[in-house]
Ligand binder design. Structure first.
Ligand SMILES: Nc1ncnc2c1ncn2[C@@H]1O[C@H](COP(=O)(O)OP(=O)(O)OP(=O)(O)O)[C@@H](O)[C@H]1O
Ligand SMILES: [Mg+2]
Length: 359
């Protein structure tokens, strides 16, 4: 416990398969502001499905991205880095009421039944959370896990880049910190969808905590590849068409309908799975159904996507606002980083929020 010294300030670093983003926030009086940010592409095969395949190369890319950051030069050595959602395990388990000091060990024993990884090769963390339903005897514990090899390789890469990892955080927790309004943490549960270049993650958030996450292979780059194939056009042109017209042009609409219908089906399946874990009668009485979806990640910017999901799923679908816990005023633009671009920065901004001391 730090009684006299504060945690050092850190910048947020979001490592994906094909790009990395960094962000640093600073406190100014009572408010926060973005002081540094950057995004660079990562060549294929350096990171694959969240696994770092070339630590040295990635270390160099990180070092270069930090040295050329936009805005203020980054002087801190400390980093809060994301861990890949697709390689992580996150779920809520029920535990009998036990004293806090025994919790970690009890969860470790219990988690063997839930986590598909051998107990001795896993990094495990747990936290008691507010229950979604009143339990007579049990408490609800959020368990996060990732293989030690993966965590070690992120730590090693950050060190090779010349920085110190202050914390590693599973991506969904960072996203939720950025886009779920702080004062709103006890509103009805939400489904967050992070639609990225290489995969899509579903994050269920309720009673102030992430409760369940899963990742599926529908991806925004996959959609570009499909447009390129169907319209017989180079990838670069297909990417332009996707960004300029989205679902508002007939040929593109017809091309992207199959993967987006797949996305809708997967959303329904995961919502069903989530509901199947809740006591049915309580669901109705306590009104814990998910009525709203928040979209983030660059793929969420596909024109017409929120409307399409809304009509297919019959629930409210909105683009997230990653500035909601950073800026006092609901500004739409920030110098250098547009509101649209910031949807790709949701993870980096969530990590940066953790790095700004006590935010
Ligand atoms: N206006 C837009 N319309 C449609 N797609 C867009 C738009 N802007 C960006 N994208 C897509 O967003 C994707 C990048 O999103 P993002 O930065 O969230 O992914 P990532 O974090 O690098 O990848 P991942 O999270 O899958 O590892 C790209 O595939 C890009 O084509
Ligand atoms: Mg991402």
């Amino acid at each position: 416990m730090n009684l006299l010294t504060q945690e050092p300030k850190a910048f947020g670093l979001d490592i994906s398969d094909l790009s990395l983003k960094l962000a640093m926030l600073e406190r100014k009086g009572k408010s926060l502001r973005l002081v540094s940010f950057n995004q660079v592409n990562i060549p294929p095969k350096v990171v694959k499905h969240g696994e770092i395949k070339n630590e040295k190369k990635l270390g160099e890319i990180i070092r270069e991205a930090v040295s050329k950051t936009k805005g203020k030069k980054i002087r801190t050595k400390y980093v809060i880095c994301s861990l890949p959602e697709e390689k992580a395990f996150l779920d809520v388990i029920q535990m009998p009421q036990i004293p806090e000091e025994n919790l970690k060990e009890a969860v470790r024993l219990e988690a063997e039944n839930y986590i598909p990884l051998p107990a001795n090769s896993v990094c495990l963390d747990s936290q008691v959370i507010r229950p979604l339903y009143d339990h007579v005897k049990n408490m609800e514990v959020l368990v996060g896990a990732i293989s030690k090899n993966i965590a070690d390789s992120y730590i090693e890469t950050i060190k090779l880049a010349g920085f110190r990892p202050l914390a590693l955080e599973i991506e969904s927790l960072a996203i939720a910190r950025a886009i779920v309004p702080k004062e709103n943490k006890s509103s009805p549960p939400l489904l967050i969808i992070d639609f990225g270049a290489t995969r899509t993650s579903f994050i269920i958030f309720g009673e102030g905590s992430v409760r369940f996450t899963t990742t599926i292979p529908v991806s925004s780059q996959g959609i570009t590849n499909l447009i390129a194939k169907v319209l017989k056009t180079p990838f670069k042109k297909a990417e332009e068409l996707k960004i300029d017209y989205g679902m508002r042009k007939k040929e593109i609409f017809e091309t992207v309908i199959p993967p987006l219908t797949d996305l809708v089906e997967q959303i329904k399946t995961h919502l069903d799975y989530y509901y199947s874990h809740a006591p049915k009668e309580k669901n109705l009485i306590e009104n814990k159904t998910i009525k709203k979806i928040l979209l983030c990640g660059g793929g969420a910017l596909l024109k017409g996507l929120p409307e399409f999901l809304e009509s297919e799923l019959k629930m409210e679908v909105k683009l997230a606002n990653p500035w909601i816990n950073i800026l006092k005023e609901p500004l739409k633009e920030i110098p250098g980083l547009s509101y649209k671009k910031s949807l790709e920065y949701a993870t980096a901004l969530g990590l940066a929020l953790r790095g700004v001391n006590g935010a």
